[in-house]
Ligand binder design. Structure first.
Ligand SMILES: [Zn+2]
Ligand SMILES: [Zn+2]
Length: 511
């Protein structure tokens, strides 16, 4: 990786030239830089050096391999002084490139793992979203039925200071992570959601599967929870699923779920006036419902109907709306966060998030993220392979590349050398006979979309940034001559007066 640093690789194959070069010039900008063709650096860095604005000096841009240099280390590497007014800008630029490169490395390491594909592949992530949509529709029907049948009797999402024994009953009707649930630990990275679902769907009373984010500390393995409709089915599931084969080298070993942080109930003052909370949560419901293909919601009432309600019923209506947001959309109105499912919501926010009493004298603060979420709703575009213009352009290029016209009405497939009367036949032929090659083009496009999505995900998982240590700094530096000493903003580490025995002295013959 340090090869990126070689001013010019061929030089090093010729020792005479090397010595000459070494003795001739102390000025880095005189040395031509050619990119090492063997370097596997995915980022295209045109030069190691960037000229300063006054043209008198240049900035050495460190290698992106290894650890991140501190500003001080960055400055110590320089051969010529950089005005401090410009130095920070150059350092920030280097840091940004460094981080980008390490995100790309993370991407390359994980892009073929199911958790990554489920999250970022445009088609697979959509498939999962569609399953969640179907689930939301089913849960909505159940929720509305439960409201009609007074199943939420005693609902009150207000702070009482008491933790009820039955977390999933009155007054909060929270999500009890331990009830009706089996826990599956350490799902390896190569096992997909659908492989597990295939096994679970034959289990009587199986309701849903919830998977954790991959755990960095456990080699990106995931945890999973399986929800059943009754304790009887849950216990039966425990029996039938034990040792059940999912893939060739992975078997299930479920246990009854026993989360320790299950009684966490958050409380906070009301966000706004009750009228505004009712309005905003109603708008949120309509927004999130539509995203999941739900176009009717009998829970919502008109502003006229609302204004006629006494306060106590307004509060009940608000409680229904907030509970609906949690149960159907895994959305906490007070945290303004949404999760993949209610279990994740309960794990992050708590089994319930309740409010204090409305106080007309209280200073109110409406979280702007609520309105942003409502306004941004239209921006969730469905991905459609057939209308992906970039993909069709790439496929066209692929067809053109392998269509060779030999004479009029004589075209050759350049992959298998078969002859055709017209180019349109080659298009069909490629689609049928060279499926793998065509799929390769599609795969490349999907990976590009995945990378874009990964890079723009504000919650993306990455590796921690490793900082460069002194050893690393030394190995980076060793290919360069000592720096000039006339810049007071750095010290010359090669100054003989500073040299200590710990440091190995390296000259060009080592390379
Ligand atoms: Zn919350
Ligand atoms: Zn062919």
């Amino acid at each position: 990786m340090q090869d990126e640093f070689n001013p010019s690789l061929p030089e090093f194959h010729n020792p005479n030239q090397l010595v000459k070069k070494h003795s001739r010039s102390r000025s880095p900008e005189r040395r031509p830089y050619t990119r090492n063709p063997h370097s596997d650096n995915p980022l295209k860095i045109p030069k190691n050096f960037i000229k300063l604005q006054d043209g008198k000096g240049s900035v050495l841009i460190p290698s992106l391999a290894g650890g991140l240099l501190s500003f001080k280390q960055f400055m110590e590497m320089q051969h010529s002084p950089i005005p401090l007014s410009e130095a920070q800008g150059f350092y920030n630029d280097y840091k940004l490139k460094f981080e980008q490169k390490h995100l790309e490395i993370f991407f390359a390491e994980h892009k073929n793992e199911p958790w990554f594909i489920e999250k970022y592949d445009p088609i697979v992530s959509q498939k999962w979203q569609e399953e969640r949509n179907l689930n939301a529709k089913m849960m909505q029907r159940i929720f509305i039925e439960n409201v009609k049948n007074s199943k939420f009797q005693g609902l009150k999402l207000q702070d009482t200071g008491i933790t009820p024994d039955n977390l999933s009953g009155a007054p909060y009707f929270g999500f009890d992570p331990n009830s009706l649930t089996l826990f599956l630990k350490t799902i390896p990275t190569n096992v997909s959601r659908w492989e597990i679902l295939d096994v679970l769907k034959n289990c009587p009373g199986f309701l849903s599967l919830s998977m954790s984010e991959p755990l960095k500390s456990q080699n990106f393995a995931r945890f999973a929870w399986v929800l059943f409709d009754s304790e009887t089915h849950c216990l039966e599931g425990l029996q039938t699923l034990s040792g059940k084969q999912v893939t060739q080298d992975f078997r299930l070993s479920p246990i009854l779920s026993k989360a320790s942080s299950s009684k966490n109930i958050k409380s906070q003052p009301p966000v706004d006036t009750i009228e505004n909370d009712l309005k905003l949560s109603g708008q949120l419901i309509t927004t999130l419902d539509r995203e999941k293909g739900i176009y009717e919601n009998p829970l919502l009432i008109t502003p006229e109907q609302l204004s006629e309600l006494p306060l106590i019923e307004k509060e009940l209506q608000l409680d229904y709306q907030l509970l609906y947001l949690r149960k159907i959309h895994s959305f906490c109105y007070y945290c303004v966060e949404e999760y993949d499912d209610e279990r994740m919501l309960a794990a992050k926010c708590g089994i319930a998030h309740v409010r204090g009493k409305y106080d007309i004298n209280a200073k109110l603060f409406t979280d702007p993220r609520i309105e942003i979420r409502i306004l941004n709703s239209g921006s969730f575009k469905k991905y459609d392979k057939d209308t992906d213009e970039i993909l069709s352009k790439k496929l066209k290029e692929f067809e053109d590349r392998y269509t060779v016209q030999e004479e009029e009405n004589k075209f050759r497939c350049d992959l298998c050398k078969k002859l055709f009367r017209g180019s349109e036949f080659i298009k069909k032929h490629l689609a049928v006979k060279h499926v793998d090659e065509v799929n390769g083009v599609v795969k490349e496009r999907m990976e590009n979309i995945m990378l874009e999505r990964y890079l723009s995900d504000p919650c993306k998982i990455t590796n921690p940034v490793i900082l460069a240590n002194d050893t690393m700094k030394f190995s980076e530096r060793r290919k360069w001559e000592p720096r000039k000493v006339n810049n007071e903003s750095y010290e010359d580490l090669d100054d003989p007066a500073r040299r200590n025995n710990r440091r190995k002295i390296v000259d060009y013959s080592d390379i």
